[in-house]
Design a protein around this ligand. Structure first.
Ligand SMILES: [Zn+2]
Length: 347
């Protein structure tokens, strides 16, 4: 089969278009014919060697969408031709986190028992990939493969952040920092679907149209306004009930805390620099605010995202489609900030 192979961590040009053996599904696995896989920040971090140190070569690509080509013997309820999307985490299913549906915290994710598809084991930058059958969720006909491949990495995590971690209630003020990014545009939609009033902070006006189209009530740029002051002004001095920080630098994290209303919830979703320590002001105690993180999406979040898309509450924002063999160009476009929404590789 044809695949994009990473043999050495580094720049986009290290992604090589090669012919490799087609994998065979082992017990409990299916062979997936990949149709689409999205390009995201995790993949940039992984390719450059900043995210995880794993043995190379590796075929990247978490969260692919496609059709079941073949199921290993003993795999029940899955038939060839079935349209599916693949959840990222190969979790153990038996640890205390897996048992309560929080498999993104599974203790097996970073060892030989499990891992992230496209990082610890081969992913969807290929014509075929083998994945555990229990990582599949069926895709309704109404959702295209190009849209579906945004669900595991982008839409699922923001569904979890808004409905789960932040518990957005109708009428609450929701500040989204980095609203113009691939995650941000979908978070705007999800925060609206939860009934929030969305205040979107973006770096430049380039993405303002897309942010408004996604349903933001108010958009401002952090070049022209002080983040926390502007949020106070827009909320009659109270601050934001929820802050989703997709940028997560020392500066935005500090502004996020300052912008929170009493009983507010800050959800951190960015790749903040390693070792950065968030100063905890006294009002975290006195105003009972919550600070939490949001890792990848679990099966339940992916299932909810599928339903929200099917019901028209969320529209996946596919910014540009590339052929798989042009993965280098897709990574270059991502790093140059040329993509609005997500870039998608099609096979
Ligand atoms: Zn587990």
């Amino acid at each position: 089969m044809r695949a994009v192979v990473l043999r050495e961590f580094g720049p986009p040009e290290n992604l090589k278009w090669e012919t490799v053996p087609t994998p065979e599904p082992q017990a409990g696995e299916v062979l997936l014919r990949v149709h689409a896989v999205s390009v995201d920040l995790f993949q940039m971090e992984f390719r450059s060697g900043r995210a995880l140190q794993v043995e190379l070569p590796r075929i990247m690509g978490n969260g692919p969408a496609g059709e079941v080509a073949e199921a290993a013997q003993g795999v029940d309820g899955i038939t060839p031709g079935q349209r599916v999307v693949v959840c990222n985490n190969v979790s153990c299913g038996i640890c205390k986190y897996c048992r309560v549906g929080r498999e993104t915290l599974c203790s097996g994710l970073n060892n030989h028992r499990g891992g992230i598809i496209g990082a610890h084991r081969n992913g969807g930058y290929a014509e075929f990939v083998t994945v555990p059958a229990r990582n599949l969720l069926t895709l309704p006909e109404a959702i295209s493969f190009e849209e579906a491949c945004l669900i595991p990495n982008t839409i699922g995590p923001v569904v979890k952040a808004c409905a789960g971690r932040a518990r957005i209630h109708p009428g609450e003020n929701v500040l989204i920092i980095g609203a113009g990014g691939g995650m941000g545009l979908h978070a705007v939609q999800m925060a609206r679907a939860c009934g929030g009033r969305v205040i979107a902070a973006i770096r430049s006006t380039r993405t303002s149209e897309a942010v408004l189209k996604s349903g933001a009530d108010i958009v401002f740029t952090t070049k022209e306004h002080d983040l926390s002051e502007e949020v106070r002004r827009l909320t009659d001095g109270w601050g934001a009930d929820v802050v989703l920080d997709f940028v997560a630098t020392r500066e935005t994290l500090s502004a996020s805390l300052t912008a929170l209303a009493p009983a507010g919830r800050l959800v951190i979703m960015g790749y903040f620099p390693r070792g950065s320590v968030l100063e905890t002001p006294t009002w975290v105690f006195s105003e009972e605010v919550e600070v939490t993180g949001n890792r990848s999406a679990g099966r339940q979040d992916v299932a909810e995202a599928i339903a929200l898309i099917q019901n028209g509450r969320i529209k996946p924002v596919v910014g540009k489609v590339f052929a798989l063999k042009d993965a280098v160009k897709a990574h270059q476009a991502f790093e140059a900030g040329e993509i609005i929404g997500r870039a998608v590789l099609v096979v």
